[in-house]
Design a protein. Structure first.
Length: 111
């Protein structure tokens, strides 16, 4: 079993050394600890610093993913240069701030 684990670990390190490296990170419960109310959630300053360092690295793309709206998740994380996917994949905000909404959700906008 140890040999199998070592092999998997080696594969993981090879993938992390690849380029581009895409990191997908959940917001609530991962980047921001669970809070009693969603509006009380915060991403710790130390976590923001790590994300900023990752975004600054060449060939690294940081994507934050949330069930929140993309705008709310982007505000909560507060790190320029990240990609943000919100509303369970319906909305995307790219690093330059451009927002796209899956066209299949258009009939639900009035709901």
């Amino acid at each position: 079993m140890t040999g199998t684990f070592a092999g998997k670990l080696g594969e993981a390190f090879e993938r992390l050394d690849g380029s581009p490296l895409v990191l997908l990170l959940d917001v609530d419960g991962t980047l921001a600890p669970i809070a009693p109310r969603p509006e009380d959630a915060e991403v710790p300053a130390a976590t923001r610093r790590v994300l900023e360092a990752l975004v600054a690295r060449p060939g690294v793309h940081v994507v934050v993913v949330s069930g929140r709206s993309a705008a709310d998740a982007r505000r909560l994380v507060g790190v320029p240069g990240t990609w943000t996917i919100g509303n369970h994949g319906i909305e995307t905000i790219v690093p330059d701030g451009t927002i796209s909404i899956d066209e299949r959700a258009a009939p639900c906008r009035a709901c």
